[in-house]
Ligand binder design. Sequence first.
Ligand SMILES: Cc1cc2nc3c(=O)[nH]c(=O)nc-3n(C[C@H](O)[C@H](O)[C@H](O)COP(=O)(O)O)c2cc1C
Length: 182
Amino acid sequence: MIRTSRFGVMQEIRERFANRAVSPEEVSQETLYALIEAASFAPSCFNEQPWRFLIAQGERKAALLRTLTPLNQEWAGSAPVLILTLAKKTFTQGGKDNYWHLSDTGCATGFLMLEAQRRGLTAHPMGGFSREQAREAFNVPDDYSIVHVMAVGRPGDIGKLSPRDQERNHPMPRKALEDLLL
Ligand SMILES: Cc1cc2nc3c(=O)[nH]c(=O)nc-3n(C[C@H](O)[C@H](O)[C@H](O)COP(=O)(O)O)c2cc1C
């Protein structure tokens, strides 16, 4: 299923959705680095680039998976890679609070998701996990916000999802443009 666009929006944006069917097939390090590079090209306040990414595979993936809610563990466990996204709370120059650290990091992960889409991968962010447990498991310093966990991999077999996830595994509807404009 693909979204229709009234105004010819780019294909990757129309195609992307929160796919929960992820194949366990490995993703190469080069591809993972390409996704991080895509994120690194995002704009940020004072070019602070507050985003940080912890690529979790093997033991680290198992540790990160344990922090997810049971419902997320059900589908995200099959992903070959989980990425923990962090954002530095303060500016490196001067140490003042960086109000924009989460917004800049959201923009960076948007770039990452679209590059994943272009490469035939899915990158699905999750807020359903324990930020406290993730902070402890990976010794994340206080100066970094824990943003989300992303499941990354190739699209997988929808038939392996729970009936609930199968039923919702399609692009979600959007508000009308008229409702977004003030
Ligand atoms: C910050 C954030 C947190 C999310 N948390 C979860 C989650 O915990 N579990 C999940 O299955 N999907 C999660 N999602 C996916 C959203 O539910 C999904 O993007 C939204 O329903 C719109 O659907 P679409 O991306 O398919 O258009 C999250 C997305 C974002 C951006």
